[in-house]
Design a binder for this molecule. Structure first.
Ligand SMILES: [Zn+2]
Length: 73
């Protein structure tokens, strides 16, 4: 691919209400669709978000720590 890194940013999303492209401003969607004023909450989630927050290796939840092995005495 010959796209520049700048072009590799998140693509614009389609407004589910009016079907127009909502361009991102500074990498973020506006709070409302500039065409039909539909709130953009959830639109980005519906569109496959490539930036998955799941980091490999990160602990999912701070569960109860295992008790240390019985002291050998
Ligand atoms: Zn719209």
């Amino acid at each position: 691919m010959c796209f520049r890194p700048a072009e590799a940013e998140l693509p614009p999303v389609m407004c589910p209400s009016c079907g127009k492209k909502i361009n991102r401003i500074g990498g973020a969607l506006p709070s409302k669709c500039p065409f039909c004023k539909e709130p953009t909450d959830g639109i980005e989630d519906a569109a496959a978000a490539p930036a998955a927050p799941a980091a490999p290796g990160a602990p999912a939840a701070p569960g109860a720590p295992k008790p240390p092995a019985a002291p050998q005495q």
